[in-house]
Design a protein around this ligand. Structure first.
Ligand code: NAD
Length: 434
C-alpha cells in the first residue's frame, strides 16, 4: 500500500516506520527541516526504544522516505494519515489549526480516491469538519476515517506493532476494508480491530486517556490519605489491584501525571462536555488533584527544612515526564522545578535521555549535569522525579557521601523505606506513612 503520514513526531514517525516495516511504501511529511535532515540519514530525532534500528532499516531498504512536499506525498498515496499536533488552546480546548490547515492542503492536492485517516487526538466532530474542508477543495472521491492512536511513549514501537486494539471510525465499507488490510499484520494474534462510527472513535480516545488520568489521580488521593492515617499505599495498591475488576496497572501514586496527552486531553474533554452543557465533575476533580500532586514533593521538601528553602541545593533525578522517553511536555519535573526556584532553591539535575530537551526548557535556571551522581555534589537532598531503571539500584553509600545531608524525596516510590532507614537516610515517599 502507498501511505503518506503528515506530521512526523512521536505518533507519525512510529506509525510511518511500523507501516513501512510491514512492507508498505511510506512517505513521512513534516515542516521541520532540521528533523527531516536527520530522518533522511536514518537518524531518529526522538528517543524511543527500538525505533532507531527499525527506522534505519526501512530507510536503507527504501520503503520509508521523508519530505516537506505535502502535495507530492498526497498525490502518491492511497492512504493519508494525519499525525499532527493538537495542543491545548488557552480555553482548554484542542487547538485544531494544524489539522484543519493540512486538511485544506490535502484537499487541494487530491488526484483520485484517498482515505484520509485522522490519527491525531481530536474532539468529536473534527472528522466532519475535515470532510467539509476537503470536499470544498476537490471533486475526487475520498473517505475520512478516525483512527485514534493508543501508543505509549517509551514503548511506542511495541505498542504499535502489538496494539491491545485498533479503533477504526468510519461509515464507509470501502475505507473500512482498506484500514482492515493496512492493520491486518498488527492484529494477527487476535487482538481486536473495532469498527465504529467516527464520533464514537473520536470520543473513545478521550474517554480512554481521561479514565487513565482518573486512575492516577484517584490513587494519588488514596496515597495522600495513607500518609495521614498511617497506611502504606504500596500494600493498599496490591490489595486493591489484585481484584480482577480493578487490575494492577496504572495504580502507582507519584508526583502527578504529565506528558503531551493526559493534561491536554482531560482539558479538551472537559471543554467538549461544557460545549454540550454537561459538567464532567469527575474530570474537574482529576485535574485539580493532579495540579496539587505535582507540587506534593515541594511541600514535603519545604516541611522537612522547616518552611524555609532559601539557599538550599537540591539534586533532581529525572526530567522526562516518564522513563524511556526524552519528552518533557507538561512533565511534573517542570512544576517541581518552578516550585523550588520560587522558594529560592538551586537545582542540579540529570535525566538519562532528556538533557537536550531540558537545555531548551530549563537550561537557564537549572544546572544540568552529566550523570546522576554529579547532581548530588553539595546538595541538601535528592529528589527522584522520574523512575528510570538506572535510578532504581544506585550506590547508596556514594549518594550519602556526596549529599550534604542524607535526605531522599522519592517521588515514585522506587526505594524501600526500611532499607533507606537502615542505610541512614531520612526518606520520604508518596503515601507511605511519612
Ligand atoms: P509531535 O509534536 O511529536 O509531532 C507532530 C509533528 O507534526 C511535528 O514533527 C511537527 O513538526 C509536525 N507538523 C506540525 N505542523 C505540520 C504541518 N502543517 N505539516 C506537516 N507537519 C507538521 O506530536 P505527537 O506527540 O506525535 O502527537 C500527534 C497527535 O497524536 C496529537 O494529537 C496527540 O494528542 C496524539 N497522540 C500522541 C501520543 C503520544 O504519546 N505522543 C499518543 C497518542 C496520540
Amino acid at each position: 500500500m502507498k501511505i503518506s503520514v503528515i506530521g512526523t513526531g512521536y505518533v507519525g514517525l512510529v506509525a510511518g516506520t511500523c507501516f513501512a516495516e510491514t512492507g508498505n511504501d511510506v512517505i513521512c511529511v513534516d515542516i521541520d527541516e532540521q528533523k527531516l535532515k536527520k530522518l533522511r540519514k536514518g537518524e531518529s530525532p526522538i528517543y524511543e526504544p527500538g525505533l532507531a534500528d527499525l527506522l534505519k532499516k526501512n530507510v536503507t531498504e527504501k520503503r520509508l522516505t521523508f519530505t516537506a512536499d505535502l502535495d507530492m506525498a498526497v498525490k502518491k498515496a492511497d492512504v493519508i494519515c494525519l499525525a499532527l499536533p493538537t495542543p491545548q488552546a488557552e480555553d482548554g480546548s484542542a487547538d485544531l489549526q494544524h489539522v484543519l490547515e493540512v486538511a485544506k492542503k490535502v484537499g487541494k492536492a487530491m488526484n483520485g480516491y484517498k482515505v484520509i485517516v485522522n490519527k491525531s487526538t481530536v474532539p468529536v466532530g473534527t472528522g466532519d469538519r475535515v470532510r467539509e474542508i476537503v470536499l470544498k477543495e476537490t471533486k475526487h472521491p475520498f473517505d475520512v476515517v478516525s483512527n485514534p492512536e493508543f501508543l505509549k511513549e517509551g514503548a511506542a514501537v511495541n505498542d504499535f506493532m502489538k496494539p491491545d486494539r485498533v479503533v477504526i471510525g468510519s461509515e464507509s465499507p470501502r475505507a473500512v476494508a482498506i484500514m482492515q488490510d493496512l492493520y491486518a499484520p498488527f492484529v494477527r494474534t487476535g487482538n481486536p480491530l473495532i469498527v465504529m462510527d467516527i464520533h464514537s472513535a473520536e470520543l473513545t480516545k478521550y474517554a480512554a486517556n481521561s479514565f487513565l488520568a482518573t486512575k492516577v489521580s484517584f490513587m494519588n488521593e488514596i496515597a495522600n490519605l495513607c500518609e495521614r492515617v498511617g497506611a502504606d499505599v504500596d500494600l493498599v495498591r496490591k490489595g486493591m489491584g489484585t481484584d480482577s475488576r480493578i487490575g494492577l496497572q496504572f495504580l502507582f501514586p507519584g508526583a502527578g501525571y504529565g506528558g503531551s496527552c493526559f493534561p491536554k486531553d482531560v482539558s479538551a474533554l472537559l471543554n467538549t462536555s461544557r460545549t454540550y452543557d454537561y459538567e464532567l465533575h469527575i474530570l474537574d476533580a482529576v485535574k485539580a488533584v493532579n495540579r496539587q500532586q505535582q507540587l506534593v514533593l515541594v511541600d514535603k521538601i519545604k516541611k522537612h527544612f522547616g518552611g524555609n528553602l532559601k539557599g538550599k541545593n537540591i539534586a533532581l533525578w529525572g526530567l522526562a515526564f516518564k522513563p524511556n522517553t526524552d519528552d518533557m511536555r507538561e512533565a511534573p519535573s517542570l512544576a517541581i522545578i518552578e516550585g523550588l526556584l520560587r522558594e529560592g532553591v538551586s537545582i542540579r539535575a540529570f535525566d538519562p535521555a532528556a538533557m537536550e530537551e531540558a537545555k531548551r526548557r530549563v537550561g537557564k535556571s537549572v544546572k544540568l549535569v552529566d550523570n546522576n551522581y554529579d547532581a548530588l555534589k553539595g546538595a541538601d537532598a535528592l529528589v527522584v522525579v522520574t523512575e528510570w531503571n538506572e535510578f532504581r539500584r544506585p550506590d547508596f553509600d556514594r549518594i550519602k557521601s556526596l549529599l550534604r545531608t542524607p535526605v531522599i524525596f522519592d517521588g515514585r516510590n522506587i526505594y524501600d523505606p526500611k532499607v533507606m532507614k537502615e542505610k541512614g537516610f531520612v526518606y520520604y515517599g508518596i503515601g507511605r506513612g511519612s
